[in-house]
Design a protein around this ligand. Structure first.
Ligand SMILES: Cc1ncc(COP(=O)(O)O)c(C=O)c1O
Length: 358
């Protein structure tokens, strides 16, 4: 049975392709904080491992309480899930929009979730600066549609603040549509929380959050949905009650109480991202998109880069970048790289420079 996923982070495939063990692979294709998981999270997992013969709390009460205290939202308006991907699926299942409107390029799980739920998809292609295509959105949106906005946007890293999104929210309300705001990477944005759409949540605006990237628990899985209480109640009624496992709940409680880890990560990231951008911009024929997130979108078209061919060379050293060809909106010269440890980033950027000079 082959995997159908088109996103990054396919570690098991990478082990097979590179014929290397996990420790000899550097995954630039998933955007996981290289300093994660923090000790607070691993300690919570180890201290609670003896509890795994108990069933988890089906409504994650302690976890939702901590989330609500940290972000100032009512705990009745929050549900936890097995990663943001499950949150996305549950919102589509319950809101049952007439169409899902996607701003392309976009995270592939939006389209997968729409297809699984038999909901038609309408795509709007973004311009190359990844600004919000307000006029196209206005022309496209109809009553009952669900518009997906991802901020910071994967794969460009562009951040749309709450004030920037307000025009869209007005459109949503005027035409009786819905907005699903995916803030999976917002923890990496400097001052991001102040610009989150959480305070605007109501019957037509829902927010998706993830802990998997900042806290390095992609394999454990944990995400949150924030919505009007009626929507949350409906989700709780129809979902699998045990999809958030006991260790994920404990890890989430520890992560959400560990304020300094995310702050320190943002401090490190600001420097490292600037450094990577500077080094990449020095390479002739490379364009790097400004990013507020923990990844960079890089276009090597002018230098004649062919990402799939370059990846064959990277595979030999166990490095995997995210070839953006599968998004359907890019040339074969575009890739996305996570920001990882400095010495690894330097190797990747050197590899790119030598690929383009050969
Ligand atoms: C934009 C976006 N949203 C959601 C997710 C899913 O996150 P999770 O691991 O919490 O399911 C991803 C994963 O890469 C993503 O890129």
């Amino acid at each position: 049975m082959d995997s159908i996923v088109t996103h990054g982070g396919r570690m098991v495939d990478y082990e097979v392709i590179a014929r290397k063990s996990r420790d000899d692979i550097t995954d630039y294709s998933a955007n996981i904080n290289p300093y994660a998981p923090p000790a607070s999270v691993t300690t919570a997992i180890l201290q609670n491992i003896y509890k795994i013969n108990d069933y988890p709390d089906p409504v994650s009460r302690r976890l939702r309480q901590i989330f609500s205290e940290r972000y100032g939202v009512s705990k009745d308006c929050v549900f936890a899930a097995n990663g943001a991907s499950e949150v996305i699926d549950l919102f589509l299942r319950v809101l049952r929009p007439k169409r899902v409107v996607l701003l392309e390029p976009s995270f592939s799980e939006y389209a997968h979730a729409a297809k699984r739920n038999l909901i038609p998809i309408k795509k709007i292609t973004m311009a190359s600066d990844f600004c919000l295509p307000i006029y196209s959105i206005k022309d496209t949106l109809r009553k009952g549609d669900l518009l997906v906005i991802n901020t910071p946007h994967n794969p460009s890293g562009r951040f749309y603040s709450r004030s920037e999104l307000e025009v869209i929210y007005e459109l949503i309300l005027q035409c009786g549509a819905y907005a699903m705001i995916d803030e999976a990477f917002i923890d990496f944005v400097d001052g991001g929380e102040e610009h989150s759409s959480l305070p605007l949540v109501h019957s037509h605006i829902v927010v998706v959050r993830s802990l998997t990237k900042m806290y390095g628990i992609a394999g454990l899985r944990l995400g949150f949905g924030v919505a009007d209480q009626k929507i949350v109640d409906h989700i709780v009624q129809m979902r699998d009650g045990w999809s958030v496992n006991l260790l994920a709940e404990e890890a989430g409680i520890a992560a959400l109480q560990d304020h300094s880890f995310a702050m320190k990560t943002r401090e490190w990231l600001r420097e490292e991202r600037n450094d990577c951008m500077k080094q990449l911009e020095k390479i002739h024929g490379v364009i790097v998109y400004p990013s507020s997130a923990n990844f960079l979108l890089v276009d090597g078209s002018f230098g004649g880069l062919h990402v799939a061919k370059w990846q064959e060379k990277l595979t030999k050293i166990g490095f995997f970048v995210r070839d953006c060809a599968s998004y359907g909106t890019f040339t074969p010269s575009v890739f996305r790289m996570a920001i990882l440890h400095h010495h690894k980033n330097a190797i990747l950027i050197d590899e790119l420079a030598s690929e383009l000079s050969s």
